[in-house]
Design a protein around this ligand. Sequence first.
Ligand code: 4NP
Length: 154
Amino acid sequence: MRVLFVCLGNICRSPTAEGVLRHKLREAGLADHVEVASAGTGDWHVGKAPDKRSQAAARLRGYDLSAQRAQQVTRADFAAYDLILAMDNSNLRNLKALQPAKGKAELDLFLRRYESEIDEVPDPYYDGDQGFEQVLDLIERATDRLVIELKGRL
Ligand code: 4NP
């Protein structure tokens, strides 16, 4: 199984989701069975490490994002991944516009798929620290449910 998280810049939300899922897969003994990556619909931050604020907030909860580097999503990703999870509706619209007619990837809105009380992970880029905490809260909860789904699909 290959899972790709997508946000706008690939420096805040989707790298956080990548780090959280990797961690939870290791805890569940599934790290060798699922490949995880993240990408942005935009290209402004390609090659950069995750935002320092995302890294700091994640580190306090035990997730290390430091080795990640931003990349932009491509049409080829729809053939390479099984599941592509968008952080907000704008990301989902941009992905649908890029999606080839044929491609194995299932495309979905991350929080809606896992029945969160809100559908979108809010963009924290222009927010204070509280925004980064909320991103982690939402992502941790949905990722617990994603791990259950992945267990059932392996
Ligand atoms: P992300 O956050 O999509 O969660 O990585 C953002 C990062 C950068 C920008 C916007 C959102 N930006 O406009 O540069």
